[in-house]
Structures are given as C-alpha cells and as structure tokens.
Design a binder for this molecule. Structure first.
Ligand SMILES: NC(=O)c1ccc[n+]([C@@H]2O[C@H](COP(=O)([O-])OP(=O)(O)OC[C@H]3O[C@@H](n4cnc5c(N)ncnc54)[C@H](OP(=O)(O)O)[C@@H]3O)[C@@H](O)[C@H]2O)c1
Length: 383
C-alpha cells in the first residue's frame, strides 16, 4: 500500500512513523520544510516518543517538496495541514493524482467542510474517493522536524465519512484500508456533515478569546503580563459563550437533520464529547467551566500569544494564529452561513464571529470560497 502524507507537521510526522511500523506499507511525505528533507537525505531516523516512554523508529520511503514525486503512485493521500492551507495543498497535488486506479484522498482532521473543498477541486475525477476523519487519531506535540515527535492520548474509536457522492463499496474499501493503517476500530459515519457539525476548535477557541479580550472581557484592550493557558485559565465568560454557541450549534444540527432528512445523532453536545473523550482525566465534570479547567489532558496548553508591539512588556493574542485563520475563517464562518441559509438565528455565534473578523482585520480567504452555492438544495438532492 502506498500512502502519501501531505504536511510535515506534528500530525504528519506521527502518522507517517506509525504507518511505517506495518509490513508492506510505503510512505511518502510532501513537505515545504527543507529541514525534514535534509534530515531524510542524511538518513536520520524519525522517532515517535510514546506516552509509555517507549520509542518507535522509522525511515520514510520518500520525503520531498515535489508534489508529483510524493503523490503520483499513491493509493491513499492524507492531508494533515490546517484547513486554511488545504486549498493550496490540493491545488498542488491534484494534477499528479493517478487517473488509472482508485485513490482515496482525505483530511485528518476532516472538519471545516473538507468534502466541499475537495469536491470543488476534484470535479469529474470519479476514481478519486473523498473522505475525512472526524478527529486526529492521537494528539501529537513537541515536533523536531525530520527527527522526533511526541505522541499523546489516542482515540479508541476513529470516525470516518466519505463525500455523499461516493458509493457504499468505496466506503467499504476505505474502511478496509484505514483499518489496516490504524489499529483501533474504524467506524464509518452515515454522512460527512457529522464531521462538519461536531463541535470543536472553531467554537472552543473563538469563545475563549472573546471571553478574554472581547468587549466584555477582563483583558479587553489590555496587555497580558504573561502567556496564559487556554483551558486551565479559561475565563468564566469564555465558558458562558462556549455553552451558548454549542447550544446554537446543536440547534443547527437539529434543523439540518430535519430539513435534509439525515441522521446526525452521532453529533453530541460539546460537554458530552469532552467527557466521553477524557473521562477520569477530568477532575470536576459539573460545568463547562470546570470541565475545561480541570481536564488534565488540557493542562499547560498555551493560548496563542505574541509579545506586545512597540517594546511594551507583556503579550497579546496573536491575530495571525490558527485560532483565527483556521477556526474562525474556515469553521465559524461555515456554521453561520449554514444557519443563514436555513433561516436559523445563531446570535451568539454571529456575535463572536463578527468580533473575531474585526480583530483579524477582515477575512482574506475563508470556507465560503468553496461552500456550495446551492447548499442545502444540492445536498437535499443527494440525500
Ligand atoms: N497536533 C495535534 O495534536 C492536533 C490535535 C487536534 C487537531 N489537530 C489538527 O490537525 C491539523 C494539523 O495540526 P498539526 O498540529 O499537525 O499542525 P502543525 O504541526 O503546525 O503542522 C501543520 C503543517 O502544515 C503545513 N503548513 C503549510 N502552510 C502552513 C501555514 N500557513 N500554517 C501552518 N501550517 C502550514 C506545514 O507543513 P510543511 O512545512 O511540511 O509543508 C506544517 O508543518 C490542524 O487542523 C489541527 O487543528 C492537531
């Protein structure tokens, strides 16, 4: 099996190393990072440091910045770059994907409507099967490019969906491939929207930032004396907005489910998602605030901050961070647009979105660049 991984970041490294532990799996990595290519040329082994202290070592078959060399014979392509980088990655690889065999092209994680982006980039290519995984199979951190990556907690179940255009047979083939690549049980979801609508980073990051520095936040127009942790120092106001935004996101699910006639029962409220994923690692499960603040798995994760401008001491929230470029521009924007097309009011999400866009000094690109113009009409027809 030939696997091509696009993106030499944390997720890309960890997955590449895991796949190379399996017999008869070739792995190529497409990366824009010359450091990784150089380490590979020097035969430096890549290492994954596991939570139990053990180490896995791998040498990938190819590491390159040349999309053709990385992709042309791949059976499965896994895009691991953030959602706002996917359009340029797809543009680079599409001309080189095989036209003579099925190629399973997917994103991990598959949120922010990857199915719609890929559909727009891959029309009239029936041999290409579009898919996405709901979440990363393991968290990955502390990357030394081309050398090592640390593996965090893994999911016991992996949820995968294909684009509604794909056949059931393609879905079954994909499930077989992914089951070979990942040990845990791979479960196919009924509809890609189950991935797109699962609450996660887009509402989590934006609500916490709004609670900190939005118009009612205690750090509004102030400079932080030191870097803050996302979750263990989460403000009450952030948790309040998060809960409200999650309620609106659930209401959106209910309307979509009813109007499009699709089952979205796997999409749970955020609190439930987090409690099910982390269980005993959460010391106090009584409220959204306590769940965020007392989840051990969330300890010590720093919010995106940069030193304040003009040599002033302290830090400010980084406008160019992924919390905006990915989560707001490719996540929140989609929720609001879907709600708008269904005449559903989502005032909390809208309030946070508008403020975030102003903080970003406007949207440059967004998921609206590929969100189907006729949705939900086209989706209705497919269902
Ligand atoms: N790491 C985790 O534990 C984790 C957990 C949950 C979700 N995720 C999600 O998984 C996806 C990948 O995350 P990651 O942690 O693996 O990211 P990462 O370590 O930052 O890697 C992302 C890679 O994307 C490529 N890239 C190209 N242009 C970029 C740009 N403008 N900004 C950022 N990256 C750019 C780079 O690869 P090249 O230099 O090789 O081209 C970069 O190494 C994201 O959607 C993230 O939200 C990750």
């Amino acid at each position: 099996m030939k696997v091509a991984i696009c993106g030499g970041g944390r997720t890309g490294h960890l997955n590449a190393i895991l796949f190379k532990q399996l017999p008869n799996v070739q792995v190529s990595m497409l990366t824009g990072n010359p450091e990784i290519i150089e380490q590979h040329a020097r035969h430096t082994p890549m290492q994954a440091l596991l939570p139990d202290g053990s180490t896995l070592t791998a040498r990938l078959d190819r590491v390159t910045a040349d999309a053709k060399a990385a992709i042309e014979d791949a059976d499965i392509v896994i895009i691991t770059v953030p959602a706002h980088v996917r359009p340029q990655t797809l543009q680079a690889i599409v001309p080189h994907l095989s036209a003579s065999k099925p190629v399973y092209i997917g994103a991990i994680p598959g949120f922010c409507g990857f199915d719609w982006l890929a559909e727009a980039a891959l029309p009239d290519r029936p041999n290409l099967v579009i898919w996405g995984m709901k979440d990363v199979p393991h968290t990955a951190f502390e990357l030394t490019p081309g050398r090592s990556i640390k593996m965090g907690g893994g999911k016991s179940q992996l949820y995968v969906a294909t684009h509604p255009r794909e056949s059931q047979a393609s879905g079954q083939q994909l499930q077989g491939i992914l089951t070979r690549l990942y040990d845990p049980c791979v479960r196919m979801l009924d509809h890609y929207l189950e991935i797109t609508l699962t609450p996660g980073n887009p509402i989590m990051h934006s609500s916490v930032i709004y609670g900190l520095i939005g118009p009612y936040g205690q750090w509004h127009r102030k400079i932080f004396p030191q870097r803050m942790c996302w979750w263990s120092e989460c403000p009450e106001l952030g948790a309040y907005f998060l809960e409200r935004m999650d309620q609106e996101s659930q209401a959106l699910c209910a309307v979509i489910s009813q109007r499009l006639g699709i089952g979205l029962s796997s999409v749970k409220a955020l609190k439930q998602e987090i409690v099910e994923a982390y269980g005993d690692q959460i010391r106090d499960q009584s409220s959204m605030l306590s769940i965020l603040r007392t989840n051990q798995a969330y300890n010590n994760i720093l919010a995106p901050m940069v030193p304040a401008a003009d040599n002033r001491a302290g830090y400010v929230i980084e406008r160019e961070s992924r919390a905006f470029n990915e989560d707001v521009a490719y996540g929140l924007v989609l929720l609001v647009e879907m709600a708008r097309r269904l005449d559903l009011k989502v005032p909390y999400i809208e309030e946070v979105l508008q403020w975030s866009i102003a903080y970003m000094q406007g949207l440059r690109d967004s998921a609206l660049d590929y969100f189907p113009r006729h949705w939900p009409r086209a989706a209705n027809a497919a269902a």
